[in-house]
Design a binder for this molecule. Structure first.
Ligand code: C5P
Length: 232
C-alpha cells in the first residue's frame, strides 16, 4: 500500500509521548508533523527518534527571518533528513529564494512549503498590520509569489485550495490542517472539512492531530480515515 496523504500532528510537549503515539502508527501509511512545542523542548532528538521508527517528517517550524538566517536554518533542517520544512511567505521573495536555493543543494532535498496568511488572521487583523484588501487576496498574492520563488507548495485551509490550484496549478502542494473526520469533535478548529472533502477540493496532504492522537485507538482512527479516502 502506498503512503497516504495523511500527516499526523504530534502536538506533545515530550519526546516519550510522541514516540509512544508514533509506535501505534505505520510509517508505510502516514507521515508525522513535528512542531514548535516539542522541537523547542526536545530538539533534534525527537526527529531522530521518530525517523528511527521509519517515519517521514514534516518539520513545521515556519521560519521567518532575514534570507541568510532562514537559509542557514534550512541547512540545519535539511541535514536532519526531514521530508518537508516550511517558512512564512510574508518573509518575501529574497527570503523564499534563499530558502529554495539552499535546499536545492541537499542530496535528498526536503520539500519546501510556505504559510501564506495564518488562518487565525481576520481581514481586520490584516488591516491593523497594514495589509489592505482581503485575506483571500493576500493568500493569492503570496501563493503566486511562493511558486515564483521555487517553493513547492503552501500550507492553507482546504477552502483556499481551489483558488490556489487555479493560480499555481494542481502540482503545487496544498498542505491543509483544520480537518475533521465525519462525526469527530471539532475542538478549537472552525471551518473544518472532512478528509474526503479535502481531497475533492484538491488538497495534496491533510494534517490531522487530535482526532488521531486522542482517539481510544489511534490505529483504528487512521484506518477509518484511510478507508474514507478510498470509498467513492
Ligand atoms: O489537532 P488538530 O487536528 O487540530 O491539529 C492540527 C495541526 O495543524 C496542529 O499542529 C496545528 O497547530 C496545525 N495548524 C492548524 N491551523 C493552521 C495551521 C496549523 O491547526 N492554520
Amino acid at each position: 500500500m502506498s503512503i497516504s496523504p495523511v500527516i499526523v500532528a504530534l502536538d506533545y510537549p515530550r519526546l516519550n509521548d510522541a514516540v509512544a503515539l508514533a509506535r501505534q502508527l505505520d510509517p508505510a501509511v502516514v507521515r508525522l508533523k513535528v512542531g514548535k512545542e516539542i522541537f523547542t523542548r526536545e530538539g533534534p532528538a525527537v526527529v531522530e527518534a521518530l525517523q528511527a521508527l521509519g517515519f517521514e517528517l514534516f518539520l513545521d517550524l515556519k521560519f521567518h527571518d532575514i534570507p541568510n538566517t532562514v537559509a542557514a536554518a534550512l541547512r540545519s533542517a535539511s541535514a536532519l533528513g526531514v521530508w518537508m520544512v516550511n517558512v512564512h511567505a510574508s518573509g518575501g521573495r529574497r527570503m523564499m529564494e534563499a530558502a529554495a536555493n539552499e535546499l536545492a543543494k541537499a542530496s535528498s532535498r526536503p520539500l519546501l512549503t510556505a504559510v501564506t496568511v495564518l488562518t487565525s488572521m481576520s481581514d481586520a487583523d490584516l488591516a491593523e498590520i497594514g495589509v489592505a484588501g482581503s485575506a483571500a487576496d493576500q493568500v493569492s498574492r503570496l501563493a503566486a509569489l511562493a511558486k515564483d520563488c521555487g517553493v513547492d507548495g503552501v500550507v492553507c485551509s482546504a477552502q483556499e485550495a481551489p483558488m490556489i490550484t487555479a493560480i499555481c496549478g494542481s502540482e503545487f502542494l496544498k498542505v491543509t490542517p483544520g480537518i475533521r473526520p465525519a462525526g469527530s469533535d471539532a475542538g478549537d478548529q472552525s471551518r473544518i472539512v472532512t478528509p474526503p472533502e479535502a481531497l475533492q477540493l484538491g488538497v495534496s496532504h491533510i494534517v490531522i492531530g487530535r482526532p488521531i492522537t486522542r482517539a481510544d485507538s489511534p490505529t483504528q482512527a487512521v484506518a477509518e480515515i484511510i478507508q474514507s479516502l478510498q470509498s467513492p
